[in-house]
Design a protein. Structure first.
Length: 125
């Protein structure tokens, strides 16, 4: 269970990373990126920032590359904006939860192949 401080710092980092990327990082690969969550290590030295992209898997991979290249700049901006003793090392990871939800929805909507639908009544004579 994450401490309250780690959760609070994670929320601050999420807000600031979103603002920095939106206003100061000039990379077209990041135009449709949304930051969804942050997980902090207990010692607050590392932050995993989750993001999603609306343009599919290829755009998500390109966004991951762009975020990796911009991570040093983003970290410097975080140091300037947040009053932390140590600015955490940033790791960006794609958030696949929307893709997984879509896949689950597709599986639920598909009829079971070759199986008879279950019935609620027993054979009565």
């Amino acid at each position: 269970m994450a401490s309250q401080r780690a959760e609070r710092v994670g929320r601050q980092i999420l807000q600031e990373v979103s603002k920095i990327v939106e206003s100061e990082v000039r990379d077209p690969r990041l135009n449709l990126v949304t930051f969804t969550d942050t997980k902090m290590t207990p010692d607050l030295r590392q932050a995993r920032v989750y993001f999603s992209s609306l343009d599919g898997v290829e755009a998500r991979d390109e966004a991951a590359t762009a975020l990796g290249k911009a991570s040093g700049f983003i970290r410097r901006e975080l140091a300037r904006r947040l009053k932390l003793r140590h600015v955490p090392e940033l790791r960006f990871s794609p958030d696949d939860s929307a893709d997984l939800a879509d896949r689950i929805g597709q599986l639920v909507d598909q009829p079971a192949s070759g199986a008879d639908p279950p019935t609620d009544c027993d054979d009565e004579e």
